[in-house]
Write a protein that binds this ligand. Structure first.
Ligand SMILES: Nc1ncnc2c1ncn2[C@@H]1O[C@H](COP(=O)(O)OP(=O)(O)OP(=O)(O)O)[C@@H](O)[C@H]1O
Ligand SMILES: Nc1nc2c(ncn2[C@@H]2O[C@H](COP(=O)(O)OP(=O)(O)O)[C@@H](O)[C@H]2O)c(=O)[nH]1
Ligand SMILES: [Mg+2]
Length: 178
């Protein structure tokens, strides 16, 4: 019996440039699925400029801040709570480095290397630490209780057959008791 490794949660975003191209969005979702991530929660929304500023507060004053906030509030984004062993680092590895204009040469097989357009429009976002993941999950899913999920849903994720519902964009347990 393999030792079940604890699932870690991270917050992933497909940015407006990707959501505007549904076939690319589904390509990226398939890459996520193929790399062993579970979709725990998913939603589609358009950020107001103020919300985008709040989300990217850490970058206030940087030269790219204005274009970043304008871009992130320019259209719908697809937001996901992903679960996997070591999810935060593994999703950042799968995304590739931030600056696409280098990544396309240094990590062409990464998601940003494949689908990123510029350093601003770099296709995806991922939390960069457990604390950030907690804050970012709360920011987009205020109703989601991490502790409750760890007790009630995570055990089902770890050792039961799950299926991915492409319409809802989340995994569900095929066990009728769930
Ligand atoms: N004012 C600046 N100071 C320093 N570096 C900059 C500045 N503006 C742009 N850059 C750098 O130039 C490169 C191109 O910037 P960027 O990716 O934003 O391209 P862009 O054409 O402006 O696309 P977008 O409209 O998506 O922002 C990036 O490496 C970025 O970091
Ligand atoms: N144009 C431009 N955008 C940047 C640069 N650095 C960061 N960004 C944008 O700001 C977002 C947040 O930056 P950061 O948290 O450092 O990178 P991330 O965690 O990999 O998304 C990135 O995803 C980019 O969209 C840069 O040097 N140039
Ligand atoms: Mg970041």
């Amino acid at each position: 019996m393999s030792i079940l490794k604890p699932l870690q949660l991270t917050l992933a975003i497909l940015k407006p440039d990707i959501v505007a191209q549904p076939h690319i969005a589904s390509q990226i979702k398939n890459i996520i699925l193929r790399h062993g991530f579970y979709f725990v929660r998913s939603k589609l929304l358009t950020l107001t400029r103020a919300k985008a500023e709040e989300f990217y507060k850490e970058h206030e004053g940087k030269f790219f801040h204005n274009r970043l906030v304008s871009f992130m509030s320019s259209g719908p984004i697809s937001i996901h709570i992903l679960a996997r062993e070591n999810a935060i680092a593994e999703w950042r590895k799968l995304m590739g480095p931030t600056k696409v204009l280098r990544t396309i040469y240094e990590n062409p097989e990464s998601i940003r290397g494949q689908f990123g357009l510029t350093d601003t429009r770099n296709s995806t976002h991922g939390s960069d630490s457990p604390e950030t993941a907690k804050c970012e999950i709360k920011f987009f899913f205020p109703e989601f209780n991490i502790k409750e999920w760890e007790v009630s849903e995570a055990p089902l994720f770890s050792d039961r057959k799950l299926e991915f519902d492409p319409v809802k964009g989340v995994h569900f347990c095929v066990d009728p008791k769930w």
